[in-house]
Design a protein around this ligand. Structure first.
Ligand SMILES: [Zn+2]
Length: 348
């Protein structure tokens, strides 16, 4: 999608701060109105869909931005840091650079391994998912982020050169289990606090925390974007959409909800940019799109005069029909782990 969008409107509850004095990298004047917030009308448009994939990460971002006055500034800083990293992933930046495929510069970080805590909150025995099911999810994450997924060969030739091995791996660090009378937890982060009957986050500076609990309302999952509070850092997924074995429900039974939500956790936006054609996902090698795709679209699906990358994990397609991250998304995710990045402390 087009790398920079000059925002043409101001949302009712967000204002772009021009106070960028403390940034290491100054966003050029013409780029300062890049829209990092959430378009309420887009949330309304997404709410019209009650059948296909439902991710509430942008809704949660909208809520957190309202509740936390410092969050937008932190997101701005992360975006500025990402821009630097995209130009100089190796700290030098020899040979130009781009946040898209083709001429990418190695960042010299090698494979990044993220230890994962899984918190299972259940009100039925089915929701108390097995270790087998949890391990199946870890396996899917590893396959998808390493491009060793068995369906990677379905990427159309147009996008083959953009399909990325993100060189991010996941290892299960521990599982907590807790019974609860709650049959649905909603999206207000209640599951992340022991005093609410949930489970407190464990060392979010070094670990990915995933809460597996029934969200309700047909919502598959949601993630907190980088820049949010440490106490709620992580991903939430309903048990029937977690993993690829056990208590899983088609067509979201191949573990791709976690792949998608961990993508958000690593700062990826939805591939259509959560808006119409001109709204950006801040990744240059993903085509513009007018909105999400659902189900299993045929190829090519044309939007905004280009073929949609419907098979990208950050679209809304069914699990069986998403099978790639792009090179630009890879760089954007890995920027978080670079020097001065918000997830740099995870590297060791
Ligand atoms: Zn999402």
């Amino acid at each position: 999608m087009k790398r920079v969008l000059i925002a043409t409107f101001v949302y009712t509850f967000l204002f772009w701060s021009c106070d960028t004095d403390n940034l290491e990298y100054q966003i050029p004047q013409e780029e300062q109105r890049v829209d990092l917030g959430v378009d309420p009308s887009e949330l309304d448009r997404m709410a019209e869909n009650t059948v296909g994939r439902q991710c509430h990460s942008m809704n949660v971002l909208a809520r957190q931005l309202k509740e936390n006055s410092g969050m937008l500034k932190r997101i701005q800083n992360i975006e500025s840091h990402t821009r630097i990293f995209e130009k100089k992933p190796d700290g030098v930046g020899n040979g130009g650079g781009d946040n898209g495929g083709g001429d990418s510069i190695p960042d010299n970080m090698g494979t990044i391994t993220i230890p994962v805590y899984v918190h299972v909150l259940y009100s039925t025995s089915q929701e108390n998912i097995s270790s087998f099911q949890i391990n199946s999810q870890i396996a899917v994450l590893n396959n998808d982020f390493r491009k060793s997924n068995s369906d990677a060969n379905q990427v159309p030739s147009e996008f083959i050169g953009l399909a990325a091995d993100s060189e991010v791996e996941f290892v299960l660090a521990g599982v907590t289990r807790k019974i609860s009378p709650n049959t649905s937890w909603g999206t207000n982060d209640a599951m992340k606090y022991a005093f609410n009957g949930g489970v407190d986050v464990i060392t979010p500076e070094t670990h990915l925390n995933i809460w597996v609990c029934n969200i309700g309302g047909g919502i598959l999952g949601y993630a907190q974007f980088p820049g949010g509070s440490a106490s709620t850092d992580g991903v939430v997924i309903s048990p029937q959409y977690f993993g690829s074995q056990g208590y899983v429900s088609a067509p979201f039974n191949k573990g791709r909800t976690a792949t998608h939500e961990v993508g958000h956790y690593l700062n990826l936006r939805h591939i259509w940019g959560d808006g119409r054609c001109k709204k950006d996902d801040f990744v240059s090698d993903t085509p513009s799109s007018d909105g999400p795709n659902y189900g299993c679209p045929s190829y090519p699906t044309v939007n905004c005069r280009t073929n949609d990358m419907t098979m990208n994990y950050m679209d809304y397609t069914d699990d069986a029909c998403m099978y790639m991250f792009s090179e630009g998304q890879k760089v954007r995710m890995r920027a978080l782990f670079g020097v001065g990045g918000v997830r740099e402390s995870m590297l060791n």
